[in-house]
Design a protein around this ligand. Structure first.
Ligand code: C2E
Ligand code: CA
Ligand code: CA
Length: 747
């Protein structure tokens, strides 16, 4: 059996994937990421090509982009399902955005699951492994079901013959020896119709008698499953099938048919049904089952006019836990959280869909459920609440339950969750609306600091949607080439020379340049920061090469990286690849990490710093002075540069503390042999003070704003080369004054 652990590493069992995406870059990226994770990937760049490859390659699963020109993913999925032999092929639909409309469409088209397009490849790979595992279990069950039927044909099936008597319910009843065995009787025993009826549990007996009467009255075919308690006390389900027999006058004089013990087959069918409706990891109802229950709950609520509550529960910072502890521990954690959440609703026993269906109009309250939508997202359905306070109470129980420490991966974890609540009918008339609005409410909790609950209110919707839109647009920004780097020179003031540049990201969104402060935080929150930063490194390397060719640029480009990138073991490899792709030396790339970021994860970051240092990539500590770095650490870290935070530079000559801090930083850096860069230098006064305190390299609007790459050469030509800028004269004057002073002192 394929398991997450072995499946990913066993080269002999590389699951075959058919990956379909019209976007070549995206296709390449996803394919590479999945190959890395042990899949054998065939790429198709259109729906038609995919349908063609389907029969040639017979993949184990299909990963299908929803949005494609021409035949889109939904249509391809529908066509694939209609192809014989592919009814059960796992299809994972890649949607652009976690919006319920396309998710619902995906399921309607027959997709097995969906995945919101992102660069969280490990999540995608994990999801695929689960799909494959479920599909394999399903196949095995299907096979055993067929085998079982064959076996039963031989061993557990018998025939019977019934002749009408004067009393319709009894008559003459004859069972073959095999038939007798089905009911636990010896081969030559006798079983009357009355005895047989007594084997049927009392609750079902009336119903069965009614069916038999109807069949007899109309002389129609009988086919039904009957639960029985056979002679030795075992509970079995017996399938009965019989055809009427007629005499010459057209009068029905009896029935002949078969009885078959289908208990095991039923169990197998139940298991198959279970797989389709329940999440393999947590055992909770899955999205499909949840939607089904929610639909039923709304129907009932519409009929009787009561309220329904839908709670969206999302674990806070689950990604961090998953990344730090590993996927196995992450899974354990989800299972434990699932168990706790489930215990927070009254009907914590989860009734199967089939059982529910047969219960018909029985209490809609049994629809109550906690389900898992995927990832770390759970939903609770409360089919009848008298007010929102009921829902809030359940939400509070859930928050309390998750907060208790959880022991996984050999350590104690503290987990919190955010819960959003939407009420029917107030907050939405359909399941889709309620899901969306509970999600919006949940998002509002996240942005207000997590670990709490919130009710949906219409004014949230605007904000939530905006954020969702921003997020999805940002997802596409890389693919669409909407990100740009602007560059700000670093100046050696004394020599009036440029010694490097810093790359600062901008997002060209519909013609306006969005500053990084408006999207980097969201990118950090969603994990998009990883592909964003990887892009920045590549782009900086490419630009360094372009400048080298056009005007002999030989300095370094500093790229800002968040600490989580330094925690990644593949950072060094990534930078190495970027520079070798464009043929620039390693030192062409410099990396800036903020002091706070560095200190937050010092232990995880240090190994990367050392490796980067070894290959010649210099590290600069950004926003220095704002964090709490211990000086002792600094002496041991392989760093080359500290950048004095803009805030101190701004206050230079205004508050005495700022010049004290700046003086201390400069002295410290000098004693450690580090370069000091002052950033945010806007005027000559600041430049003078810094210069006097011994800081040689500066950056700021005084010299140049961050500019597009094509403007750099012109800036050099118009400013630096002709030595034509107010600050250059000033720097020269400083130099002269200093020399003069030195001379006076010396002479
Ligand atoms: P930072 O690394 O401290 O970058 C310096 C910021 O100061 C830049 O803002 C720059 O435009 C601005 N600046 C430069 N000289 C002056 C000056 O004389 N006066 C004033 N008032 N400001 C000056 P920007 O470009 O808006 O970037 C803001 C922050 O966004 C950056 O702070 C950095 O933390 C982050 N950021 C920018 N690009 C990237 C990136 O590619 N990746 C990551 N992770 N973060 C980035
Ligand atoms: Ca910076
Ligand atoms: Ca900075």
């Amino acid at each position: 059996m394929l398991s997450i652990e072995s499946g990913a590493h066993d080269p002999l069992h590389r699951p075959k994937l058919l990956l379909v995406d019209d976007d070549e870059v995206s296709l390449m990226l996803i394919a590479a990421a999945l190959r890395d994770r042990g899949f054998d990937v065939t790429e198709a760049c259109s729906g038609d090509r995919a349908l063609q490859l389907l029969s040639e390659r017979s993949p184990d699963a299909v990963v299908l982009d929803a949005m494609m020109p021409g035949r889109d993913g939904f249509e391809v999925c529908r066509m694939l399902r209609a192809t014989p032999g592919h009814e059960h092929l796992p299809v994972l639909m890649l949607t652009g955005l976690d919006d319920n409309a396309s998710i619902t469409r995906a399921f309607e088209a027959g997709a097995t699951d969906f995945f919101v397009k992102s660069h969280q490849w490990s999540l995608l790979a994990g999801r695929l492994h689960y799909l494959l595992r479920a599909s394999q279990t399903r196949q095995e069950l299907e096979r055993s079901k067929a085998k079982l039927a064959r076996a039963q044909d031989l061993a557990r099936m018998g025939s019977f013959d019934w002749r009408r008597g004067h009393d319709d319910v009894t008559g003459t009843f004859m069972l073959s020896p095999e038939g007798l065995r089905v009911f636990g009787m010896p081969p030559h025993g006798v079983l009357s119709m009355r005895q047989l009826l007594r084997m049927v549990p009392e609750a079902e007996r009336q119903g069965l008698a009614r069916i038999l009467r109807d069949v007899l009255r109309t002389s129609s075919v009988l086919a039904t499953d009957v639960p029985v308690t056979v002679v030795d006390g075992r509970q079995r389900i017996v399938h009965v099938e019989a055809e009427p027999e007629f005499d010459e006058t057209g009068h029905c004089f009896g029935y002949t048919g078969i009885v078959q013990d289908v208990t095991d087959r039923r169990a197998a069918e139940d298991r198959i049904r279970h797989l389709a409706n329940f999440d393999a990891l947590s055992g909770l109802p899955n999205r499909r089952q949840l939607m089904w229950r929610a639909e039923r709950a709304l129907e009932a609520a519409r009929r009787s006019g009561h309220q329904v509550a839908l709670l969206m529960i999302d674990i806070d910072r689950f990604k961090v836990i998953n990344d730090t502890l590993g996927h196995a521990a992450g899974d354990d954690l989800l299972v434990e959280v699932a168990r706790r959440l489930r215990a927070c609703v009254r009907h914590s026993d989860q009734v199967m869909e089939g059982t529910l269906e047969s219960q018909g109009s029985r209490s809609h309250r049994s629809l109550e459920a906690v389900g898992r939508l995927g990832g770390d997202e759970f939903v609770a359905l409360l089919p009848e609440v008298s007010s929102e306070a009921d829902a809030e109470r359940v939400a509070q129980r859930m928050l309390d339950a998750t907060r208790e420490p959880i022991f996984v991966g050999g350590q104690e974890c503290f987990v919190t969750a955010s819960v959003g609540i939407a009420m029917f009918p107030r907050d939405g008339a359909s399941v889709a609306d309620l899901m969306r609005n509970s999600d919006v409410a949940m998002y509002s909790v996240k942005s207000a600091g997590r670990n709490a609950q919130a009710l949906y209110t219409p004014h949230l919707s605007g904000r939530g949607r905006e954020k969702l839109e921003l997020e999805s647009a940002l997802h596409k920004a890389i693919e669409r080439d909407e990100l740009v780097l602007h560059y700000q020179p670093k100046i050696d003031v004394r020599a009036a020379r440029m010694v490097g540049v810093e790359a600062l990201m901008r997002w060209n969104r519909n013609g306006t340049l969005v500053p990084p402060g408006d999207f980097i935080p969201l990118a950090e929150e969603t994990g998009l920061i990883v592909p964003l930063s990887e892009w920045a490194v590549r782009e900086a390397a490419r630009q360094a090469k372009a400048w080298q060719v056009s005007f002999g640029f030989a300095d370094s480009v500093a790229v800002n990286l968040p600490n989580r990138l330094f925690e990644r073991s593949d950072l060094v490899e990534h930078i190495h690849q970027a520079v070798s792709t464009y043929g620039v030396p390693h030192r062409a790339i410099q990396l800036e990490i903020t002091e706070t970021g560095l200190m937050r994860d010092l232990q995880n970051v240090i190994p990367s710093l050392h490796r980067l240092n070894e290959i010649g990539v210099e590290i600069s500590i950004d926003d220095f002075g704002t964090g709490y770095s211990s000086l002792a650490y600094l002496t041991t870290l392989p760093i080359s540069e500290v950048k004095i935070d803009r805030g101190f530079v701004r206050d230079l000559g205004i508050t005495p503390q700022s010049s004290a801090v700046v003086t201390a930083i400069i002295a410290l850096a000098r004693s450690l042999g580090l370069r000091v860069v002052a950033e945010g230098v806007e005027n000559l006064r600041q430049m003078e003070v810094l210069h006097r305190l011994g800081c040689g390299v500066m950056q700021g609007y005084l010299f140049s704003r961050p500019i597009p790459p094509d403007d750099l050469e012109a800036w050099l030509r118009n400013t630096i080369l002709p030595r034509r800028a107010p600050w250059i004269g000033q720097a020269g004057a400083l130099e002269a004054a200093e020399a003069a002073r030195a001379q006076t002192l010396g002479g």
